[in-house]
Design a protein around this ligand. Structure first.
Ligand SMILES: [Ca+2]
Length: 282
């Protein structure tokens, strides 16, 4: 999600690294086998838990300018308008962004003490997480006037909504469902790929009955069942990331789905391009 080497990352340990490595091997094997099938050379092995059918690829529909100064931590579309939350201490903001030009139409800057994270819109209000301040800021959607501040436990990374509950990630494999009024936890799930937890879940988007999540330092989006947290599949966005990354921290982050128009957008931290994509199952 944010700065350079984080202590928590360093302490996540060999077990975590082994898990990620194993996940990578299995995913790579899945891609290899799928591509191999296309060329008629992968006839001998199919990975056990991540099949080729679970990895989707993007097709770029359109490209739009994106503020390369925006350290994107939250992205969404509501009533055809794009909203963005940017992070970093001293640079955190809530923005209304013109989709076509990338220009910022309205901006609320946060105090330097706060590192902004994910955002979600619910009933005329926009909710904005802070990384480690244990606070959610609630604003009027049209004016960005702050209505209230609500405490919550743990870190805040990604936020979205299924229309009833807020859905929150905190950098682990856990996703919490919160009551939008009280911010109390109604239920939670662990995101598992087979039996392996998927850690570092970051920016979120609820779409078509699924939760989609960026994974910090990965070029994949993971599709998650909101019912029990099992992984439904991945979208491989390594091609876009290779084009857009300018440094280690400029990772893929930001998913916005316009349900009314059935349009899907992705970007990354400090990327100069916002991509409208469609995804294709093999
Ligand atoms: Ca989002």
């Amino acid at each position: 999600m944010n700065t350079f080497v984080d202590i928590a990352v360093a302490m996540s340990g060999v077990k975590d690294d082994l898990r990620r490595h194993e996940q990578w091997i299995r995913r790579s094997a899945g891609r290899f086998c799928f591509r191999g099938l296309i060329f008629g050379v992968c006839l001998f092995w199919t990975p056990v838990s991540l099949t080729a059918g679970q990895v989707w690829w993007p097709r770029v529909v359109a490209e739009y300018p994106h503020d390369a100064g925006a350290f994107t931590q939250g992205l969404l579309i509501h009533d055809g308008k794009m909203y963005e939350s940017t992070g970093q201490y001293g640079a955190s903001s809530l923005r209304l962004v013109d989709l076509d030009s990338g220009r910022v139409r309205r901006k609320k800057s946060l105090k330097a003490a706060y590192f902004a994270e994910g955002i979600a819109v619910h009933q005329g209000r926009i909710y904005q997480l802070t990384w480690r301040s244990h606070l959610i800021f609630v604003y009027d959607l049209s004016s960005f006037e702050q209505i209230k501040t609500v405490p919550y436990d743990g870190e805040g990374w990604g936020l979205t909504t299924d229309g009833v509950r807020l859905i929150l990630s905190d950098g682990t494999s856990r996703i919490r469902f919160l009551d939008p009024e009280t911010l109390t936890v109604m239920r939670d799930i662990r995101v598992l790929d087979g039996e392996l937890p998927v850690e570092r879940l970051n920016e979120l988007e609820y779409m078509n009955g699924e939760i989609w999540a960026n994974i910090w330092y990965q070029d994949n989006i993971v599709r998650i069942s909101p019912e029990d947290g099992h992984v439904l599949g991945y979208i491989d966005l390594s091609g876009l990331a290779e084009k857009s990354k300018r440094g280690r921290e400029n990772v893929l982050n930001g998913i916005a789905y316009d349900a009314a128009a059935n349009r899907l957008f992705v970007t990354g931290k400090n990327w100069s391009t916002l991509y409208e994509i469609s995804v294709m199952a093999p």
